[in-house]
Ligand binder design. Sequence first.
Ligand code: NAG
Ligand code: NAG
Ligand code: NAG
Length: 432
Amino acid sequence: MNYCRKLFLFTSFLLTLAGPCQHLDNGLARTPPMGWLAWERFRCNTDCNNDPDNCISEALFKTMADKMAEDGWKDVGYQYVNMDDCWTAETRDSQGKIQPDPVRFPNGIKALADYVHSKGLKLGIYGDLGNLTCGGYVGTTIDKIVIDAQTFAIWEVDMLKFDGCNSNSIEKIIGYPKMSFALNATGRPIVYSCSWPAYEGGLPPHVNYTLLGNICNLWRNFDDIEDSWDKVLSIINWFGDHQNVLQPAAGPGQWNDPDMLVIGDYGLSYDQCKAQLALWAILAAPLFMSNDLRKISNEAKKLLQNKLLIFINQDHLGIQGTRIKKEQDMQVWKRSLSDLHYAVAFLNTANYGPPTTFTTNLFLLQIMHCRLGYNIYDVFTDELVGHYRADILSPCLHPHHSSIIIIIILAFDIAHYRIFETSQSATKYTVK
Ligand SMILES: *[C@@H]1O[C@H](CO)[C@@H](O)[C@H](O)[C@H]1NC(C)=O
Ligand SMILES: *[C@@H]1O[C@H](CO)[C@@H](O)[C@H](O)[C@H]1NC(C)=O
Ligand SMILES: *[C@@H]1O[C@H](CO)[C@@H](O)[C@H](O)[C@H]1NC(C)=O
């Protein structure tokens, strides 16, 4: 057994001991959940008369489920087909139960769940703790929490995003834990996504991340994403600025959620799409695309289905990465993966000037456990960059917000989980 192997076993042992010990005990979301969520792309479009293909309806979710199953999404791990706001009828039924809009969901939510399940996928639903949802639809007041949890379970829903419009802070302190217990009491495993911290500024003392980890599987910390790089970058920067609070809160079963992926939409350049996915992988973020899977470009699809980025995102230790350097327009982010592998992302946030070369080495990146050196791969090009020990590393980054992500792998461990095939000039690899 060589030095690196021993060190790896010892470190894995320590990480196991140090991992978050308390989490929502429903056995779900042990790695960041992946899927599709309607909101950013389809919003509150309820106009099925004039826009039948894009309105919030049974038909839309069935079509997206078809696409998820047919076009390779399911095969790489995208699993949840999630509804968002604007699905309910105007009022509860005569027994006080929440109900879908009868025109847009003519067969009800149970039938939709059955359909999604028949494709090997899972269905997520949306609720809001408060008098009304953010879009003005039927909300879940505290007295309705138990009945709504039961209704969702009877419909065989698999995930709940619980928003927080139109309730105050005191109601949230009562309501979010109450929904957690109510979901548990149904006996159905339902991933629980809490929007709570985003309504309280995302930071202590208003937000208690220990408590969130005990009651929610994931939570939205900060602003809603929009289809723009400015918004994506503001989220990345906020996560970097507050990583001392956020990073320890994440782990298997409990994730910080920087919000949806807007890759495949209208607002980001290709480099910016790469940057969003790279950072979401480093952050161990839930991967919920909000795009139109019927119209997505091959380029965006290939990126979102990049197996190595998903592999990084889904690493089973669930250690959220951190920003280890921020220097003018250059940021370096790093995530520790299992088996002493690392993922490193270089992000150039400049919106001017020529491509920039960033010079560093493994010592500066604090990757130096293995005296034998490391193999470095470029995740986007699928290429082995080379074997490094003390050598200079100089990734070149385009302006206008580009990222390069590299995965750094211990030399000894290659055979363990990579299959190599040499093709033309580059050494290609795939995740086993
Ligand atoms: C409910 O909670 C208990 C104890 O925390 C746990 O063992 C059980 O798996 C949970 N059930 C569901 C359906 O979440
Ligand atoms: C919710 O509705 C109740 C009853 O109308 C009202 O008293 C309360 O202020 C409302 N809460 C919010 C946060 O709007
Ligand atoms: C945060 O929540 C945990 C778990 O409920 C609790 O033990 C702890 O006292 C809370 N911390 C603060 C500062 O309120």
